[in-house]
Design a protein around this ligand. Structure first.
Ligand SMILES: NC(=O)c1ccc[n+]([C@@H]2O[C@H](COP(=O)([O-])OP(=O)(O)OC[C@H]3O[C@@H](n4cnc5c(N)ncnc54)[C@H](OP(=O)(O)O)[C@@H]3O)[C@@H](O)[C@H]2O)c1
Length: 347
């Protein structure tokens, strides 16, 4: 059994914990909590062991929260850490906790790939470079936007290759997640230097890619538009859609009217955490004109990276083939079932 510790129990950490605990090959030794708040009780209800920083034990026990040990002990006892700290926290954890023990760790997409706060020398995308992560000590799992872009770009590159001259992506990102307490600001914000472009180029270095990123006042889901320019006339819409029909974690929807409808359907269908765990191409708004294809797709920001983290574990620790890992992820996350259910609902 592989012993996994999840350092952080926010939007990503709690999802990782519920997914990983369903795998019989993995022993989830516990999760870390840093604030003695009611999310601790949720973790207790879910039968997760709770580890807290040594200096906070009293604060937790004073509030009658059960504590199973310190974060330091959990790191020592596990085989690998899934770091789910808020952006930038992974770097500090690596320096303080993981590196001194040479403990392998997966970092999330909010961490830096380059510069003095870099945590790893590769970003994983299961569609592109799954095998490259095998046996590595530190790897970043690309963010939801970055994972989604790889999932759309790679099948296009494999099918049309040299015929493509460039990719332009406009990322329209949600302000906050549904369970975040922070307020949604009434503003559309731009980002002069989105990290997503360099992140994708980390695993698709040859891509002629330009990314713009905006944040809009919504909590539901991202909606992105990828424009793919061809050197000559673009392929037909049918040919584009067929490229994605059998792809893992891509649903092709026809009648959804917006991101909220997709999210609410996932909740109504009882998907765990209300996640679809995938991207959804909105077929009725895919356009092909002259040399350009426009693919609008929504991207389940919270759910998307959870199977990706799981696949990364399969590569780093179990050194499984991608096919075998996809089969395991499919069974744990019911990806094909969810894809079929969504396609049926929005046909
Ligand atoms: N939210 C998304 O949709 C999304 C999608 C893809 C990737 N990501 C990436 O995933 C990472 C986590 O995001 P999130 O949305 O889960 O953040 P979040 O909801 O703000 O949760 C962050 C968690 O970090 C914990 N924490 C505080 N100090 C810590 C430390 N030193 N080490 C470990 N954990 C610590 C906090 O614990 P307490 O609550 O106990 O204080 C909190 O639970 C970020 O890199 C983000 O960019 C997020």
């Amino acid at each position: 059994m592989t012993k996994v510790f999840i350092n952080g129990y926010g939007n990503i950490g709690r999802r990782l914990a519920s997914a990983i605990s369903g795998d019989k090959e993995i022993q989830l030794i516990g999760i870390a909590k840093y604030s003695a708040d009611e999310k601790t009780q949720e973790a207790v209800r879910n039968h997760f062991n709770i580890y807290v920083p040594e200096e906070k034990i009293k604060e937790f026990t004073d509030k009658k929260y059960r504590v199973n040990g310190t974060v330091e002990e959990a790191v020592e006892n596990c085989d690998i850490v899934l770091d789910a700290a808020k952006e930038g926290g992974g770097f500090l954890n690596k320096m303080k906790l993981y590196r001194p023990l040479n403990k392998p760790a997966v970092f999330q997409g909010g961490e830096d790939r380059h510069g003095k706060y870099s945590v790893a020398d590769m970003i994983h995308n299961s569609r592109v470079n799954y095998d490259k992560a095998s046996g590595r000590t530190y790897v970043i799992q690309g963010s939801c936007n970055v994972s989604g872009m790889g999932r759309i770009m790679q099948p296009m590159i494999e099918k049309f290759g040299e015929e493509i001259s460039r990719f332009d992506v406009t990322l329209i990102r949600r302000w906050a997640d549904l369970e975040d307490s922070k307020q949604v600001k009434d503003s559309i914000e731009w980002n002069p230097n989105p990290h997503h472009q360099d992140d994708v180029k980390d695993f698709i270095p040859t891509a002629n890619l330009y990314v713009d990123a905006y944040k809009v006042p919504s909590r539901m889901m991202h909606l992105h538009q990828m424009s793919i320019r061809f050197k000559k006339k673009a392929p037909s819409k049918d040919s584009i859609i067929e490229t994605f029909r059998k792809e893992f974690g891509i649903a092709i929807l026809n009648s959804a009217t917006g991101t909220a409808q997709v999210r609410k359907k996932a909740l109504e269908l009882g998907f765990s955490h209300g996640d679809t765990n995938m991207v959804h191409i909105h077929q009725e708004v895919v356009r092909v004109e002259e040399d350009t294809v426009k693919i609008p797709y929504s991207d389940d920001q919270t759910g998307m990276v959870i199977p990706e983290n799981y696949l990364l574990l399969q590569s780093m620790v179990h050194k499984r083939s991608r096919q075998e890992a996809l089969a395991k992820a499919n069974s744990l996350f019911q990806i094909d079932y969810k894809k079929k259910a969504l396609e049926e609902e929005f046909k």
